[in-house]
Design a protein around this ligand. Structure first.
Ligand SMILES: [Fe+2]
Length: 126
């Protein structure tokens, strides 16, 4: 599992679905810039803590996607057709919808959660 590639596909897929405004895109870029630098510093200081923090973020991501899926299934969000890039990347059926994408992305996040907690546990033992 290539976590960086996973996250890049998550971002590109939801940009295609949500179609953020130019202002929202700049907010995303700004937030990424701030987070990257703070995380880099944290990783230099304590790789164990950095992996633990990511593990918790990924846990919250799983919870958020579960709530998002429930909203889509309840009809509060349109269950739009899945973008081509998502169908190709996650090998979804041709008639896949947003709900199928959410399930695939959530599975990725659960994997990221376990890998990062695993790294933090391993670094705790050293
Ligand atoms: Fe993730």
């Amino acid at each position: 599992m290539d976590e960086a590639e996973n996250e890049r596909m998550h971002l590109l897929t939801f940009i295609e679905i949500a179609k953020p405004t130019r202002f929202e895109r700049w907010l995303i870029i700004l937030a990424q810039g701030v987070f990257y630098n703070l995380f880099f510093l944290l990783y230099l200081i304590s790789p164990r803590t950095a992996h633990r923090v990511v593990g918790y973020f990924e846990e919250e991501a799983v919870v958020s996607y579960t709530e998002f899926l429930a909203e889509v299934e309840a009809g509060n969000h349109e269950n739009v057709p899945a973008p081509r890039r998502a169908i190709d990347y996650w090998h979804l059926p041709p008639d896949a919808r947003l709900s199928d994408v959410i399930v695939a992305v959530r599975a990725d996040e659960a994997g990221h959660r376990d890998v990062n907690h695993g790294f933090a546990d391993h670094l705790s033992e050293q």
